[in-house]
Design a protein around this ligand. Structure first.
Ligand SMILES: [Zn+2]
Length: 230
């Protein structure tokens, strides 16, 4: 199963990605990691990419696309792959689609975890960390996992915040890119939606409501993905 996953920061995309990875036994490929690996190993593409990154410029498709294709052809992708973090704009989406077509590789599903910007932001900023166990979920803006006063709802432990989660400027910057329907990630998603309409439903688009509790989102996502296999 070859899957591209989209979702804003705060939508639980990482969590859902981990479930998909396990369920379908496919690697969760994060585009940032592909860059870091190529740069660390000093590959030709990595060296070129680094020049752009060092200048603070967007790495062009001629470098990015081959890097991603190389990754998707590695041995661990024999059951498929889950691509996360790419494409982030419509031109990257088009270039990726065309490159995959050329390679005879298909996209079985484009998954979008749908969550409005305001909720996504609250999800991040409302996170509270339990001093006893980082896996005790607490969020002041999510009713299902609201802390017990200022204490962990599971064990009563003291709660703290991650400073990253309170960096509103950084969150807004990422969301600016994600929610940009003209040149950003939303436009990339719309590229696939339009393509699907014109192309007999290929690639398949799977939209999942990101508002319910994590387990419910997982359930909806899994049932929709499993339906594709039948
Ligand atoms: Zn706790």
């Amino acid at each position: 199963m070859n899957i591209i996953i989209f979702g804003p920061n705060g939508s639980g995309k990482g969590t859902q990605g981990a479930v998909i990875r396990q369920k379908f036994n496919i690697p969760h490929i994060e585009s940032g990691a592909i860059f870091r690996e190529n740069i660390a190993k000093g590959t030709e593409l990595g060296k070129k990419a680094k020049e752009y990154i060092d200048r603070g410029e967007l790495v062009p498709d001629e470098i990015t696309i081959p890097m991603i294709l190389n990754r998707l052809k590695q041995d661990d992708c024999k059951n498929g792959w889950l691509l996360d973090g790419f494409p982030r704009n419509p031109s990257q989406a088009k270039a990726l689609w065309e490159a995959l077509q050329k390679e005879g590789m298909q996209i079985d599903a484009v998954v979008e975890i749908v969550l409005d910007r305001e909720t996504a932001k609250k999800r991040i900023m409302g996170r509270r960390l339990c001093e006893n166990d980082p896996n005790h979920p607490n969020n002041i803006y999510i009713d299902a996992i609201k802390p017990n006063g200022d204490r962990c709802r599971i064990c009563g432990g003291r709660l703290t915040v991650r400073s990253d989660d309170q960096d509103e400027e950084a969150i807004n910057k990422r969301h600016d890119i994600y929610y940009d329907e003209k040149n950003g990630t939303m436009a990339a998603i719309n590229f696939f939606k339009e393509l699907s309409k014109k192309n007999n439903g290929i690639p398949r688009i799977i939209e999942v409501d990101g508002r319910p509790p994590v387990e419910e989102v997982t359930k909806e996502l899994m049932s929709k993905l499993e339906a594709l296999l039948k």
